[in-house]
Design a protein. Structure first.
Length: 363
């Protein structure tokens, strides 16, 4: 469904729903090109000019941070905003200054710009070594493009990524004056319902379009209904090339590609625990009902569970044994997969476990 006709994302409608402790952590899932990033950066600069507040741009890695810093304020200035000000970025800090007068003959500034700190750039992978930095008056955190397409083989979530972000928020927010609040904004497209942020905050199903509160109302999710999808898609070469594909619905229609529910089912009473696989923060238990010929994937692990395996060295420990790809346990799983007899307790569980199967060479 395509809705008419809104030009850019309305951040004021989102801010108005963040009252008190409600919606302190905000996730905005919207199609590309609707102005999510532009509008939030604009608001953050206005915050500084009005209140003296700083903001923090969060990136996953140092390499991503380098890319993000390039031309960070260019779109705002190219749109004619903040024309009385100039910006610069040195290292991992962004600065702002009112533009001084220029000499009419040399075009040089008559006075040196009075540069003031505006924002900070932080890479999650480097935060442990940089958390001793001073961060003053940070009231908004932005994590743009936080949701990774599950088909993207070149980018991965960090181990325990949500907890790494939580530690960052805790460390930086401690430097706020008592009684002052901060807000977190995680921005992305509808490409992975199983991302760490959805999973940790209990968003385990495709939401309805619009605003909804989760996690005791501390989380505000805005699943943005697309507008003018066909028009925006027709305006780009990539859009025309993707027309009619699942990728088109994801990129321009903001639709999670997990609509099929034929393999979603709760495990039967006769299903028996076989083993479990740990991947990242989640443990997936494997249950088999030999009478039905079905294999169930569940998040519920029985007490004193045995045969809990990992598939990565990062997850291996004294409690978890790394599983070999030639293991008979994986051969059993492989058989159920190709027979189409795997069942998952939710659509989100299916998407998460399909990632694991692909990692193990089962596809």
């Amino acid at each position: 469904m395509t809705r008419k006709k809104q030009q850019y994302y309305d951040w004021q409608a989102t801010f108005s729903r963040q009252t008190g402790n409600q919606g302190e952590f905000c996730i905005v899932v919207g199609a590309k090109g609707i102005g999510k990033t532009f509008g939030l950066r604009k608001q953050c600069v206005n915050d500084y000019l009005k209140h003296g507040w700083h903001f923090c741009e969060v990136c996953r890695t140092k390499d991503e941070m380098k890319v993000v810093r390039q031309g960070y304020f260019d779109k705002l200035q190219n749109a004619g905003l903040f024309s009385d000000y100039i910006f610069k970025i040195i290292g991992q800090t962004g600065y702002i200054a009112r533009e001084p007068e220029k000499d009419s003959k040399t075009s040089n500034y008559v006075e040196k710009p009075d540069w003031q700190v505006l924002c900070y750039f932080v890479a999650l992978t480097a935060f442990q070594t940089e958390k001793k930095r001073t961060y003053t008056d940070v009231h908004r955190f932005i994590f743009d493009e936080a949701i990774i397409d599950r088909k993207d083989r070149y980018h991965r979530y960090l181990p325990n990524e949500f907890l790494v972000l939580a530690n960052l928020l805790d460390s930086v927010s401690r430097q706020l004056p008592d009684g002052e609040q901060y807000r977190v904004y995680v921005l992305g497209n509808a490409c992975d319902l199983t991302c760490p942020y959805m999973r940790y905050l209990g968003i385990d199903r495709i939401p309805e379009f619009g605003y909804s509160f989760w996690h005791n109302k501390s989380v505000l999710l805005h699943y943005v209904e697309p507008w003018d999808k066909d028009e925006r898609q027709a305006q780009t070469l990539v859009g025309r090339m993707l027309n009619g594909t699942d990728e088109s619905e994801m990129v321009f229609g903001n639709v999670f590609n997990v609509a099929y529910t034929g393999d979603v089912a709760q495990k039967s009473k006769n299903a028996r625990y076989a083993y479990a696989i740990k991947y990242g923060e989640q443990v997936y238990s494997i249950w088999i009902d030999y009478g039905q010929g079905l294999c169930y994937i569940s998040s519920k692990l029985p007490k004193d569970a045995i045969n809990v395996f990992t598939i990565t060295k990062a997850d291996a420990s004294l409690d978890y044994t790394a599983i070999e790809r030639t293991s008979p346990y994986l051969q059993i799983l492989n058989k159920f997969f190709y027979l189409g007899t795997l069942r998952y307790e939710s659509s989100a569980m299916r998407e998460m476990f399909l990632t694991i199967l692909e990692f193990m060479g089962i596809r």
